[in-house]
Design a protein around this ligand. Structure first.
Ligand SMILES: O=C(CO)[C@H](O)[C@H](O)COP(=O)(O)O
Length: 223
């Protein structure tokens, strides 16, 4: 298993002070910045686009920016995010007519590629494309909003995807997103996740370093 990565979702940050918020969470021990892009079409919410990603890079953020596109159709916006400084770009198979082509597009733009599985999306969407992926993101809430409760069936899905990744022999990251907290992250790690997105649990806490440290301890204890 690869070293654990903690990726705070800026969906729960104070957008009026986004640069400071990202600096603070990275100084507090976060590894990546998770960047949720919603289009009010694929999901019923509207957030941020490539201009904000570029602004974070210009602000001086050098950590990996992990872009989660909840956008349909997805292909047109991929080059814009690559130019804006995205490190990884993940998308939903339901939002792409040609999943293999979208993966190649992301990689051709110089980014790592991830595929996102909604709570009701079967694991077999990984057939024939797992060998091209750098990351699989298992959603443990329905996409669109922060602050939702963790859906327990995500643990079984993590175990299944972990087996498939291990059988592939490739260093594909297994990311979890939605309702991740210090009190469930140990069980999530034990089920096979190595990359942990958390929004409200981190930005809703007054001491980012404390909550991230508690998450890391729980990952080691549970995983
Ligand atoms: O992708 C998302 C929602 O679509 C968010 O990243 C996710 O829900 C994180 O928020 P929280 O940790 O508060 O559940």
């Amino acid at each position: 298993m690869q070293p654990a990565v903690i990726a705070p979702s800026i969906l729960s940050a104070d957008f009026a002070r986004l640069g400071e918020e990202v600096d603070a969470v990275l100084a507090a021990g976060a590894d990546w910045v998770h960047f949720d892009v919603m289009d009010n079409h694929y999901v019923p919410n509207l957030t941020i686009g490539p201009l904000v990603c570029e602004a974070l890079r210009k602000h001086g953020v050098t950590a990996p920016i992990d872009v989660h596109l909840m956008i349909e159709p997805v292909d047109r916006i991929v080059p814009d995010f690559a130019r804006a400084g995205a490190s990884l770009i993940s998308f939903h198979p339901e939002a792409s007519r040609h999943v293999h082509r979208t993966i190649q597009l992301i990689k051709g733009e110089g980014c790592r590629a991830g595929l996102v599985l909604n709570p009701a999306t079967p694991v077999d969407v990984l057939d024939y494309v797992l060998e091209d992926l750098d990351l699989v993101l298992v959603m443990s809430v329905n996409p669109g909003f922060g602050g939702q409760a963790f859906i327990p069936s995500a643990l079984d899905k993590l175990r299944t995807v972990r087996e498939r990744i291990d059988a592939s022999g490739r260093a594909v990251r297994l990311e979890i997103d939605g309702g991740v907290k210090p009190d469930n992250i140990g069980a999530i790690a034990a089920a096979g996740a190595d990359t942990f997105v958390a929004g409200s649990a981190i930005f809703g806490h007054s001491d980012y370093a404390d909550v991230i440290a508690r998450m890391r301890r729980a990952i080691v204890a549970g995983g």
